[in-house]
Design a protein around this ligand. Structure first.
Ligand code: IMP
Length: 203
């Protein structure tokens, strides 16, 4: 049985303002006030696990323990079939450079590795999001969302972030970076995980 959320304040353990805005909007009809990690001056714990759920748990429990509030955290990334599921939890790492993150470099690496293994079209991939809500007493609940699609080259579109310009969701002939952001939220891995969260903890 999924534990229900019965408080009036939910801490969202992310420093990403885009994710915070999306979660605030989805929870607006449920009478919860959403507090961001930056507002509470929370440190960003190191993500030392090798699964999405492991890393989301680290962030959610650290935030719940530090604040005494129920805390929601997410971990997300892309898995590419022909690369055995890489980059997975290392999705953001593929973009790291000495001068910050560069997603053109990350997408070029994905395309180069697909070419190196002679991956056939369609080059199937999935955006994945795991959400964990942790309570200060140590209980947690886990929700997952997946957006299946394929990787295209050259990259197309200017909206979104990360790997959006090379990711074409199933049923579309445009990439996530060519979509209206509200349309992407309807079908995205994060949107789907958030709907599960609302159904499970507020239903
Ligand atoms: P994290 O969950 O903030 O650690 O992010 C993991 C990485 O996955 C991000 O840096 C993005 O590169 C990538 N990612 C996650 N969700 C999306 C998305 O909706 N579009 C594009 N890239 C994404």
């Amino acid at each position: 049985m999924t534990r229900k959320f019965d408080g009036d304040r939910l801490l969202v353990a992310t420093h990403n303002q885009g994710k915070l805005a999306e979660i605030t909007e989805i929870l607006a009809p449920h009478g919860v006030s959403v507090v961001g990690a930056a507002q509470m001056d929370l440190p960003e714990p190191e993500e030392t696990e090798n699964t999405f759920v492991g890393n989301a748990r680290i962030k959610a429990h650290a935030a719940a323990t530090a604040t005494g509030l129920p805390a929601l955290a997410d971990d997300s990334g892309i898995t590419i079939d022909a690369l055995g599921g890489a980059p997975g939890v290392y999705t953001a790492d593929w973009a790291e450079t000495p001068n910050g993150r560069d997603f053109i470099r990350a997408m070029t690496r994905a395309n180069d590795e697909l070419t190196a293994v002679n991956a056939a079209d369609p080059r199937l991939a999935q955006f994945r999001c795991t959400l964990v809500i942790a309570w200060p007493d140590g209980h947690d609940e886990v929700f997952e969302g997946v957006m299946p699609g394929q990787l295209v080259w050259p990259i197309r579109g200017a909206h979104g972030f990360g790997y959006d310009p090379m990711f074409q969701p199933d049923g579309y002939d445009i990439t996530c970076a060519q979509m209206d952001p509200a349309e992407k939220n309807q079908i995205s891995h994060r949107g789907r995980a958030l709907k599960q969260f609302v159904a499970g903890c507020f239903g």
